[in-house]
Design a protein. Structure first.
Length: 135
């Protein structure tokens, strides 16, 4: 059973390999609903301060961050092929916006915002994360 808790910043969240809620953003002139996931390894771990600050920053800077993501994706390929689906907020507050590839359901890309805007494959993003946290 998914435990539901109330968070002042995140609103209603449920546990699914992290605390999840939903949010909308404009990407490529389309309104997209994305999942927000604050990474957590147990329902006993609450959303931490770094994750709350990161999400507040995302909400405050959402338009700018999405514009940065769009321009980075344009360097990589056709932005119309990508759809934002998930904002993953790591426990240290780092954020990655994960995009599905409409032309290839097996692949996608991740845009990270800190320390700079960069583009990674989901495997690279999760591998870097695992190495840092020695999961």
């Amino acid at each position: 059973s998914l435990e539901v808790i109330i968070s002042i910043i995140f609103g209603t969240v449920k546990f699914n390999y992290g605390w999840e809620t939903e949010c909308c953003l404009w990407y490529n002139k389309n309104l997209c609903k994305i999942t927000i996931n604050a990474v957590s390894y147990s329902e006993n771990d609450e959303i931490n301060t770094e994750q709350m600050q990161a999400f507040l920053c995302f909400l405050r800077e959402k338009e700018t961050l999405v514009e940065q993501a769009e321009s980075k994706i344009t360097e990589f390929g056709d932005k119309a092929n990508y759809i934002p689906t998930l904002l993953l907020i790591k426990q240290n507050g780092d954020m990655g916006l994960i995009f599905d590839d409409k032309t290839d359901s097996e692949s996608g890309i991740v845009i990270t915002f800190a320390p700079d805007v960069s583009i990674l494959s989901p495997d690279q993003y999760l591998k870097i994360y695992d190495e840092i946290h020695k999961i």
